[in-house]
Design a protein around this ligand. Structure first.
Ligand code: ATP
Length: 392
């Protein structure tokens, strides 16, 4: 493919974030005899947030616009919300009071990153994030970690790492349950309880088993029942029951500490890892790091029943230290966009984005966090250039 055809695929920056359809169509007009497939439309809430969240989401939307044009048959209808620290400076709060009602009708929420401790403390800015996950019952947090050719892992012999962490997102150790008494006194007491419910463990395990069925059919459940004999013992018991429903999936348990060790020693052995909120949080950062770092790590917070919108976001935060410099790696956001496409049933478009990312990385495209010198926009351009060739 010649270069001019490739560069035509890169939409101009000033057409980003249009509310409504991104109409970059360069396809030939349809002939009268053709029978058109009905266009699938999806309403996407864009929540860029703060810092590099805004920069990387811009770029991810640019990629989605291009893949929409290439694959065709669907349109993403965007509405952008300017919530975050700048909004708080004007209005006194990071979102309007009715933000959950506003987000409810969307098919998906595409988030950049929230927070900037220089402006507001994290516990204030992160409230909407927690509320969205809770109120929209996004109880499964998906964090795939794949080591792409061309990306350096800090491991000496990393092998072919390609795993999916399914983290319970609604209860467990992060259920706000506890209190402090005699605050500040020498005899102060703090109690922080983990809350595990049978129904909550069942549903996340079933979701993880079903995910394993679409992959290499291996599931590792993280436990620690040797030291946490109530909550984690419930996980163990429910695993025994649920694994009988999925005889075609090979299931095992590993203690959290052993799993951390094995992620470093033999990461290629893992396929799907399912874990409680805290263990999933810690292990997914480790998995992200061994596959090239936080700039590449996508995530999804999904409501598997699809009663509520699901939310897609890069794992990284707003990274105030590099915000505004144009050097943030957009790949985590772009791959989060691919997860969103897949969730919406747009599998061909999702696969095309992933292959284009894979190709760009294999060709040595790299932002400074990966040891390269590309800007955020240049890195995105390299992905977009690969979209045309990344067909099935
Ligand atoms: P938090 O997760 O608490 O919001 P944060 O916003 O300060 O934290 P993280 O996202 O955790 O930062 O990232 C830690 C560091 O990793 C950042 O300070 C930044 O230097 C680097 N980093 C994060 N994301 C990217 C990215 N997309 N591209 C390049 N570097 C990144």
């Amino acid at each position: 493919m010649n270069r001019s055809a490739r560069s035509r695929r890169v939409p101009p920056a000033d057409r980003r974030y249009a509310t409504g359809s991104i109409g970059y169509s360069t396809r030939e007009p349809m002939q009268p005899t053709e029978v058109a497939e009905p266009m699938k439309s999806f309403r996407i809430a864009l929540y860029p947030g703060d810092g590099i969240g805004v920069e990387v989401l811009n770029e991810a939307v640019r990629v989605l616009g291009c893949v929409q044009e290439i694959v065709g048959g669907f349109e993403l209808l965007y509405t952008q919300f300017d919530w975050g620290c700048a909004y708080a400076a004007r209005h006194g709060h990071v979102t309007p009071a009715d933000y959950l009602e506003t987000l409810r009708p969307f098919d998906a929420i595409f988030l950049g990153a929230i927070g900037d401790p220089r402006c507001l403390p994290d516990p204030v800015t992160l409230v909407p994030l927690v509320q969205i996950r809770q109120r929209f019952d996004q109880y499964a947090c998906l964090r795939p970690a794949k080591l792409y050719p061309g990306v350096r892992s800090p491991l000496r012999q990393p092998g072919a790492i390609d795993l999916l962490i399914v983290r319970e997102n609604s209860e467990g150790e992060y259920a706000v349950c506890g209190g402090r008494v005699k605050t500040g006194r020498p005899e102060e007491i703090a109690i922080q309880s983990a809350v595990h419910t049978r129904a909550g463990v069942q549903r996340i395990l079933r979701f993880a088993f079903a995910s394993a069925r679409t992959r290499r059919r291996r599931l590792t459940m993280i436990t620690k029942s040797n030291a946490l004999p109530y909550g984690m013992a419930l996980w163990d018991a429910v695993l025994e029951e649920v694994c009988a429903e999925f005889p075609d999936v090979q299931a095992e348990r590993q203690n959290a500490d052993a799993a951390a060790m094995n992620l470093v020693r033999r990461p290629e052995r893992f396929d799907v890892i399912v874990a409680s909120n805290l263990f999933g949080d810690i292990l997914s950062d480790l998995a992200g790091e061994i596959t090239g770092g936080i700039g590449l790590a996508p995530s999804a917070n999904v409501n598997p029943e699809r009663v509520f919108p699901s939310m897609f976001e890069p794992v990284h935060g707003s990274a105030p230290d590099i915000a505004g410099k144009g050097i943030a790696n957009p790949i985590a956001a772009i791959l989060s966009g691919a997860l969103m496409l897949e969730w919406l049933g747009l599998n061909e478009a999702a696969a095309r984005v992933r292959r284009a990312v894979e190709r760009a990385l294999a060709d040595g495209a790299a932002t400074p966090d990966l040891g390269g010198s590309l800007t955020t926009g240049q890195m995105t351009d390299r992905v977009i250039q690969g979209l045309d060739d990344a067909g099935a």
